[in-house]
Design a protein around this ligand. Sequence first.
Ligand SMILES: Nc1ncnc2c1ncn2[C@@H]1O[C@H](COP(=O)(O)OP(=O)(O)OP(=O)(O)O)[C@@H](O)[C@H]1O
Ligand SMILES: O=c1[nH]c(=O)c2[nH+]cn([C@@H]3O[C@H](COP(=O)(O)O)[C@@H](O)[C@H]3O)c2[nH]1
Ligand SMILES: NC(=O)CC[C@H](N)C(=O)O
Ligand SMILES: [Mg+2]
Length: 515
Amino acid sequence: MTHDTILIVDFGSQVTQLIARRVREAGVFSVVAPFHEAEAAFNEHRPVGVIFSGGPASTHTEGSPRAPQALIDADVPKLGICYGQMVMTTQMGGRAEADDHREFGRAEVEVVAGSPLLDGIWAPGERHTVWMSHGDRVVEPAPGFKVIARSPGAPFAILANESKRAYGLMFHPEVVHTPDGARLIEAFVRRIAGARGDWTMATFRDEAIASIRAQVGEGRVICGLSGGVDSTVTAVLLAEAIGDRLTCIFVDHGLLRQNEAADVEAMFAGRNDVIFNKVDAADLFLEALDGVSDPEAKRKTIGRLFVEVFEKEARRVNGDFLAQGTLYPDVIESVSATGGPSVTIKSHHNVGGLPERMGLKLVEPLRLLFKDEVRALGRELGLSELLVGRHPFPGPGLAIRHPGPVTREGLDVLRKADAIYIEEIRAAGLYNAIWQAFAVLLPVQTVGVMGDARTYERVLALRAVTSTDGMTADIYPFDINFLGRVAARIVNEVRGVNRVVYDVTSKPPGTIEWE
Ligand SMILES: Nc1ncnc2c1ncn2[C@@H]1O[C@H](COP(=O)(O)OP(=O)(O)OP(=O)(O)O)[C@@H](O)[C@H]1O
Ligand SMILES: O=c1[nH]c(=O)c2[nH+]cn([C@@H]3O[C@H](COP(=O)(O)O)[C@@H](O)[C@H]3O)c2[nH]1
Ligand SMILES: NC(=O)CC[C@H](N)C(=O)O
Ligand SMILES: [Mg+2]
């Protein structure tokens, strides 16, 4: 099936894939290509519009990335975002520079002229909230461009050349913190570029199944199945595509939550479309993690052992592919998604944590999706709301919620405390309002008094966040009485903890997990 396509040229922004998902939300298919492969992608896909992403570089620095000149010259609608605006400006004859008026976070733009891009969204004279993240700015627009909006830090917050259907935005319309951003992107792809809205989750499902069949051929696939949303959706999709040539492997690495192994087993006992195998590998993982405290070292150890287990299972069933429920945020935080120049935040076990040499070929049908899109796909595949709504749980499990070297005793304490916390969240009817909630056992002891006796025990931190895609997150604003109740239960019922604290850090600057 051919779709009207939008090409997104990636200059290494952390949020490039958010542009892709906004385009998908507008019902339009998109392709992301790193800037150095953009010309080939342009020739292959014949897009009806091109979007240039932001990025960490500065156009005035020598050797900084440029768009292929053929794309700049092509008679196709263009939208440049932040670095993308500055690249377009520079390559079309204007100039951008570093400036003292840096803007990070919320800013206000004032619309000073009308434009087909803004019709029905923003009118001249209005002021609107946007999200900025720049240290450089356009100082001289390219010939033929006029100013549509300005902000205190960016006199050229929106530039337009209507006859060329070319637009440059200093702010980021793709993030949720620009409230009208999704509508601006929709206006660009549908109205300016004229793309048909023919992309839906149902078409994604059919195309994903077709591409799995094309990739795997007559081969056999091992699927790492955690019982989480991503791998369950992956497994069901694969089962539809290749039937009994799929074997699912659930690894009990000793870092799971209370009752998790039994629950996951029970969940799959009732399905006859997937072959389910559980591997007990707690000793293997816990011995390898003995004494390891560096977060990246933990992640890499766990990623390597997962693959060892998968390779062994693959030999058993004669498989040559490994399927994982890898999502876009796992990819972007580990390495740049498309070979572009973004930076590593942490090595997700299933991406940056993979060993360099691996005998199995990866099948990752969800690699470019965000969690809420995967949930929509799960519903499309008929999965229950209970499963689709589960909080994410990271592959490295409790190891990254236990700063310092993990110990079996520490894991037991953490399991008990976490179970109480989640039980209270469910009882209060808050589970679905929260993106993810969990406990973290700190390697810190503090003094307490219990039953008139002195205690010197561990501190437990509680975390709960709201988010839509895991890329940014806010703290969940619990009622203080709720937190007090949970803390009292944990200190009373879990031996080894005498103090409970609540983590009030958003992402950024924090991350959701502590390691
Ligand atoms: N215990 C496990 N056994 C087998 N595979 C696992 C396990 N934990 C994680 N994986 C693999 O790593 C991938 C990434 O883990 P991740 O936690 O991001 O996804 P998930 O567990 O499927 O979903 P969720 O994010 O909702 O927890 C999984 O999709 C799965 O392929
Ligand atoms: O499968 C996974 N393997 C990992 O190595 C990993 N690290 C973080 N996460 C989950 O990703 C989301 C974003 O987490 P951070 O803000 O901590 O990066 C949150 O939902 C985290 O739980 C992981 N999931
Ligand atoms: N978000 C961006 O694209 C940033 C562009 C450029 N690196 C700057 O700091 O101005
Ligand atoms: Mg998981």
